[in-house]
Design a binder for this molecule. Structure first.
Ligand code: G3I
Length: 358
């Protein structure tokens, strides 16, 4: 069932040509304005340091209406010592979001990476670690109550083969650390919308099946989980399996869960031709088609704004250029593809149907 367009919005601008243009030449009608017509938040991950660059702040605030802290709400930064929290950077990001009428998704309350030594270098008993987890989640979520509406509560609990990652949390608390985390977050802010988040979980396979089984059990048990995040760190040379994506979305939506596209980037080889940029654009655009088609998908977040600050080159040697804006803040074909999908929806001309609709 397609999303209902809140108001039929006939865009008056003709879209930017399929060549990169300066962000200042972006269409008169912003990406976020069009996305709002389809009840979708378009967002990006970033750090406070990025906002100090005027072109970054201008591009982000003019086109996006959702913010995810890339690193500054993770344990190592927000809870650096057992008895000390540091909300300074998170507060700066939330203040920017409030100033620009953006939603914030807190990232992330429980993960196995970017944890401080006081947490990882100690042998914890289960009762001790449960108490530490409860104190962390309730302090952080409580601090942002009413300001951060969405949370990545638990991040990346499963291995590719569907087994549980042997993380600190799993080893000491067992698989019920997930239920505990969601319970603590809900108790801290009953209005918050709570997600499980992972990568390589968008299709059909051992990992997404394990996640489906787990969240199905949590829903049936009445655990306050509201959605699943597909990070979508993709490669331009691998086409989307639209059939598997549709199948996975369908089974999750039948649990009453939302789906968020939480960390989209589509990396391409450094020496790749413009054909790769077109392939990248097709993936970005098709993901937005899914978001427009499924009312359950109401957040489309890229993991960064500009190629200039993307995490990809530092982690995938020989790859980069993974986002919608290049290192000079020029809108790429990926932006054009996403914009075009939203523009067609705003005009009532959206026609995409996933290969499996139910
Ligand atoms: O802040 C320190 C700085 O003080 C120090 O000088 C510098 C050099 O050592 O490191 C800085 O910390 C880095 C941090 O990013 C902030 O820039 C860490 O070394 C670096 O490991 C960290 O990388 C982050 C990565 O998660 C950690 O695994 C990336 O920026 C961030 O984009 C990435 O994001 C994750 C999501 O949270 C979860 N999903 C996957 C995604 C990509 O890995």
């Amino acid at each position: 069932m397609k999303k209902t367009i809140t108001t039929l919005f006939v865009a008056t601008c003709s879209f930017i040509p399929p060549i990169a243009v300066q962000a200042s030449e972006l269409p008169a009608i912003s990406l976020k304005s069009l996305a709002k017509q389809s009840n979708i938040y378009v967002g990006a991950a970033l750090e406070t340091r990025h906002l100090k660059e005027p072109e970054f702040a201008k591009t982000f605030s003019s086109q996006f209406n959702q913010l995810t802290p890339e690193n500054e709400m993770k344990w190592v930064n927000i809870h650096p010592q057992r008895d000390r929290f540091d909300f300074s950077k998170g507060d700066e990001l939330v203040a920017f979001a409030q100033q620009h009428n953006m939603q914030v998704k807190g990232h992330t309350l429980v993960w196995h990476i970017q944890n401080p030594d006081w947490l990882t270098q100690k042998e914890w008993t289960a009762p001790e670690l449960e108490k530490v987890l409860e104190e962390h989640i309730k302090t952080v979520v409580g601090h942002y109550k009413g300001k951060v509406k969405y949370w990545d509560v638990v991040n990346e609990s499963f291995n590719e083969n569907g087994s549980y990652r042997e993380t600190l949390w799993y080893k000491v608390l067992g698989e019920r650390y997930l239920e505990l985390a969601f319970k603590f977050a809900h108790e801290a802010d009953p209005e918050a919308i709570l997600f499980y988040n992972d990568y390589n979980n968008e299709g059909m396979g051992a990992k997404s099946n394990a996640i489906y089984r787990k969240v199905k059990g949590m829903v049936e048990e009445g655990v306050p989980i509201h959605g699943v995040g597909f990070q979508l760190h993709l490669m331009g040379e691998h086409a989307l399996s639209e059939q598997d994506l549709a199948r996975n979305i369908n089974r999750l939506k039948h649990l009453g869960l939302k789906i968020h596209f939480t960390e989209i980037d589509v990396r391409i080889r450094d020496n790749a031709s413009h054909f790769s940029l077109d392939a990248q654009a097709r993936i970005f655009g098709r993901l937005m088609d899914f978001a427009i088609y499924y009312p359950e998908i109401d957040m489309y977040t890229t993991w960064g704004v500009t190629d200039k600050y993307s995490w990809v080159p530092g982690w995938f040697t020989g790859y980069g250029r993974a986002l919608m804006f290049d290192e000079n803040y020029q809108a790429k074909n990926a932006f054009k593809a996403v914009y075009s999908s939203l523009l067609s929806a705003s005009k009532g001309e959206f026609s995409y149907q996933p290969p499996i609709s139910q």
